[in-house]
Design a protein around this ligand. Structure first.
Ligand SMILES: [Zn+2]
Length: 264
């Protein structure tokens, strides 16, 4: 079926060593069935002097973005239990997304199911991370695999923002000095229109301009939600970097000037 092959490995949800099916991240039905995208290696980005003016060309991939990360049973479970609720949340985001780099949106989505949305988001973080993640943070898969569970330990925080995802961003687990504060953050990030998400672990910090949506875990009934959410840009392949194009260009220019000065 399809062009996505099964691969052997450990299912990131149930932990079984078996054949893993291709999981679309985000779900195929949320506008990720025919995504054509170029994947640029992080190292290639670093090598280019000005990646905005002269973007490195990546390998073109087609047929939606995804990972062989769940067994067929878990894949079907996610599709049946969480994806419909997630899709509604995604459509709400698309409806208000603007052709802008930076904007604060006020909006309401009617009858959303926060707990299911959060479980779907966390399943996406399980999908993009390696097998060790399942052992290290088993509370995540326990939370996702039990559809009733509201237990997500406080050390896990999930943040969201709106984005056109100028460059889609799939950052598996990294420890990153926060751009603004300089304090290291243990995080993982996914940005694909219309939302970006950051999962932090063992961090007390809130993230400037991002909505902390961890409390979604407490709401298992459909409800109308009012949001105040920023639309941010993701031009560079770095976690927590939401600089606009011109902010990045200014940064690049001053780097080039500095380099020319020190080399002459
Ligand atoms: Zn499984």
């Amino acid at each position: 079926m399809g062009r996505h092959k099964m691969k052997s490995g450990i299912c990131r949800l149930c932990g079984m060593k078996t054949m893993l099916s291709f999981e679309h991240v985000p779900p195929k039905t949320t506008f990720n069935s025919s995504t054509k995208y170029s994947s640029v290696a992080f190292e290639d980005f670093i090598k280019v002097e000005n990646p905005i003016a002269d973007p490195p060309k990546g390998k073109i991939k087609q047929g939606g973005i995804g990972y062989n990360s769940f067994c067929e049973r878990c894949n079907n479970f996610l599709g049946a239990e969480y994806v419909p609720a997630y899709k509604k949340w995604v459509i709400g985001g698309f409806e208000i997304l603007l052709d802008k780099e930076y904007h604060l949106h006020y909006y309401t989505i009617k009858q959303v199911e926060p707990l299911k949305i959060l479980k779907q988001i966390i399943s996406m973080f399980l999908a993009i991370n390696d097998e060790w993640y399942l052992d290290a943070y088993s509370e995540l898969s326990t939370f996702v695999s039990d559809k009733e569970s509201k237990i997500l330990p406080d050390k896990f925080k999930v943040f969201s923002y709106l984005t056109r995802a100028e460059e889609i961003r799939y950052m598996h687990h990294v420890v990153k000095g926060n751009f603004k504060t300089g304090i290291p953050i243990n995080c993982s990030e996914i940005a694909y229109p219309p939302y970006g998400y950051v999962l932090t672990i063992d961090s007390e910090q809130e993230i400037d301009k991002l909505n902390n949506i961890t409390s979604f875990k407490n709401f298992d009934k459909p409800m109308d939600l009012n949001f105040k959410m920023f639309q941010l840009s993701t031009y560079m392949p770095f976690p927590l970097d939401y600089r606009t194009k011109s902010e990045i260009e200014i940064g690049i220019e001053s780097n080039i000037k500095f380099r020319n000065k020190t080399s002459s």
